[in-house]
Design a protein around this ligand. Structure first.
Ligand SMILES: NC(=O)c1ccc[n+]([C@@H]2O[C@H](COP(=O)([O-])OP(=O)(O)OC[C@H]3O[C@@H](n4cnc5c(N)ncnc54)[C@H](OP(=O)(O)O)[C@@H]3O)[C@@H](O)[C@H]2O)c1
Length: 215
């Protein structure tokens, strides 16, 4: 399958299913206490930048071991599709491998069209070049009655936030000061965005903060 200009019937179908979407659009990310989602110099060799792998340590037990089953379960039991930015895909693709940990359709926003990639275990990577509204519409259509998870990176998240396309934000706040890297909350304009706390869960290694965006 390749990324092509959608036909009118495809647009109509996507739009009508989009209207019937019952799930939520949830942005989920690990963040340092000083607000970074990576250390400096993120690359395929170091997807989270220098020192940034610390941000994902909480997911693994023991450190360096397999992903905690409860993390997988909590993350994926309610998610039907994911959205990410092209840079996140580029730095992460190699490490996710031939059987990526997503097991669902992933939609990647880019200005460059690319063939859809089908991986093992139910993961597909579809590249969407027609903007944030359209990438979300495609993810909602694929998610059925489940939620859409927006995974980042920072650039994509900032656009979703300013366009008012998110229902919830889930932050995994890691007790480390990275000092430098990719800052999450910037370029958001000067209008305050009001959030309501849904839950705060605080195991030893991380604080899980869940917010509803007040619309
Ligand atoms: N801490 C965590 O849990 C976590 C989670 C996710 C990601 N990350 C990190 O975040 C970093 C990536 O974040 P980032 O902010 O650099 O980049 P990003 O948001 O992943 O991707 C930005 C790219 O998305 C495409 N894009 C954005 N808006 C677009 C639009 N309106 N239309 C078409 N294409 C658009 C562009 O790609 P083109 O240049 O192809 O047009 C742009 O360069 C990575 O290092 C990743 O490891 C960390």
């Amino acid at each position: 399958m390749s990324e092509t200009t959608p036909s009118q019937s495809q647009i109509t179908e996507t739009t009508s299913r989009h209207r019937g979407f019952q799930g939520k659009v949830i942005f989920d990310i690990s963040l340092s206490l000083d607000g970074f989602i990576t250390g400096p110099n993120d690359s395929p060799e170091q997807p989270l930048g220098e020192g940034g792998e610390r941000l994902h340590e909480w997911m693994f037990l023991p450190s360096g071991g397999p992903i905690r089953p409860e993390v997988d379960e909590e993350r994926f039991k309610t998610i039907g599709a994911m959205v990410m930015g092209r840079r996140m895909f580029d730095v992460g693709e190699e490490s996710w491998g031939e059987n990526p940990p997503f097991h669902l359709p992933v939609f990647i926003l880019s200005h460059a069209a690319k063939e859809t990639l089908i991986k093992e275990g139910g993961t597909s990577y579809t590249f969407v070049t027609s903007g944030i509204e359209n990438v979300l519409a495609q993810a909602k259509a694929a998610a059925g009655d489940q939620n859409v998870q927006v995974m980042g990176g920072a650039n994509l998240a900032q656009q979703f936030l300013t366009a008012g396309l998110l229902d919830e934000i889930q932050l995994h706040l890691v007790p480390v000061l990275l000092g430098e890297g990719k800052r999450l909350f910037e370029h958001l304009g000067s209008e305050p965005l009001e959030l309501e706390i849904i839950s705060v869960i605080q195991p030893k290694e991380v604080i899980h903060l869940r917010f509803r965006i007040v619309k």
